[in-house]
Design a protein around this ligand. Structure first.
Ligand code: ADP
Ligand code: MG
Length: 298
């Protein structure tokens, strides 16, 4: 018997390394006219590394102590930035104390109690609420400096006071620019960048891969709002993401696609399709496969 076109397309997508969860999804993938890509772990490789360790003067910590507190707080987190911080501590042979009362807020960071001190690690823009004390001002200056260099700045506070910053950098995927170019050339879908990361690092990456439409500093529900707004203006949006922070947007989109290798369990479960082989180039490929199959169906 010959297989129905959408089922052959699913088998074909599988050969490209994309797991499409149903025939309905296979159909929807070809309907999209906007593709919203996440930054960390999607356009970048998702294996960031700590490049800078910057204790703040007057914070009472040296580099090793700053990294120790940060890594102990991050240890239970599955966020790529958390893994970078823990790896950096391990590489320096630091002994990590016990982590208590761990909590994570997607798009912001983590909190924990380490050695009796309350530690918060995360986005400076979110954690530096009132910048009127001298150390907060210095922290904001160091963060801006790191971000201008294309780094993600990670702030560490102890008992609510800024103690220092870490700079983290991730490599852009080798096929990111080609994927964006192929989307435009082969599908006509408009690429955009939706990220929780800071606007400076986001703009730099977008320029590098050829995306003009950039929305940065978004919390998970703001990613959802951005997708809703596009869909209300008549677009059909594909979201491509990897994180717990992307799950709500993956669920909202016309088609949600998760990065499989480094993707969080929640993203993989929520998505309609999963990129199993770690290649972003498969995104335009499945759109084309879907359209070919649909032409055979109708
Ligand atoms: P993206 O949309 O680029 O994948 P996220 O929404 O996951 O980024 O995170 C947005 C920002 O929140 C990060 O750039 C970082 O500043 C902060 N953040 C989130 N989780 C963590 C964490 N575990 N450790 C440090 N920073 C974090
Ligand atoms: Mg991500």
């Amino acid at each position: 018997a010959t297989m129905p076109p959408l089922l052959s397309a699913i088998a074909n997508a599988g050969r490209h390394g994309v797991l499409v969860k149903s025939a309905v999804v296979m159909e929807r993938l070809g309907e999209v006219d906007a593709v919203a890509l996440d930054k960390t772990g999607t356009l970048t490789e998702g294996t960031p590394r700590v490049t800078d360790v910057r204790p703040l003067a007057g914070g009472g910590l040296d580099e090793r102590e700053l990294l120790t507190f940060a890594a102990a707080a991050e240890r239970p987190s599955e966020h790529p930035l958390a893994r970078a911080v823990v790896d950096a501590a391990r590489e320096r042979g630091l002994d990590l104390p016990v982590t208590e009362e761990f909590g994570a807020t997607p798009g912001i960071g983590v909190t924990a109690t380490v050695g009796g001190r309350k530690v918060a690690v995360g986005a400076p823009a979110r954690l530096l609420a009132e910048a009127d004390d001298p150390r907060s001002v210095r922290a904001a200056v160091v963060a801006a400096e790191l971000e201008r260099g294309g780094r993600t700045a990670v702030l560490v506070t102890l008992d609510g006071t800024p103690a220092g910053l870490l700079g983290v950098a991730d490599r852009v995927r080798a096929d990111a620019a080609a994927t964006v170019a192929a989307l435009t050339a082969h599908t006509g879908a408009a690429p955009l960048l939706l990220t929780g990361d800071n606007p400076r690092a986001a703009a730099r990456l977008a320029a590098e891969v050829g995306i003009d439409d950039v929305r940065a500093g978004l919390l998970p529900e703001q990613k959802v709002a951005a997708v809703r707004e596009l869909e209300e203006s008549g677009r059909r949006v594909m979201v491509v993401g990897d994180g717990v922070n992307d799950a709500p947007a993956l669920a909202t989109a016309h088609a949600g696609v998760a990065m499989g290798r480094a993707g969080s369990d929640l993203a993989l479960e929520t998505a309609d399709a999963v990129i199993v082989r770690d290649e972003l180039r498969t995104v335009p490929a499945v759109v084309v496969l879907s359209r070919k199959a649909r032409r055979l169906v109708v």
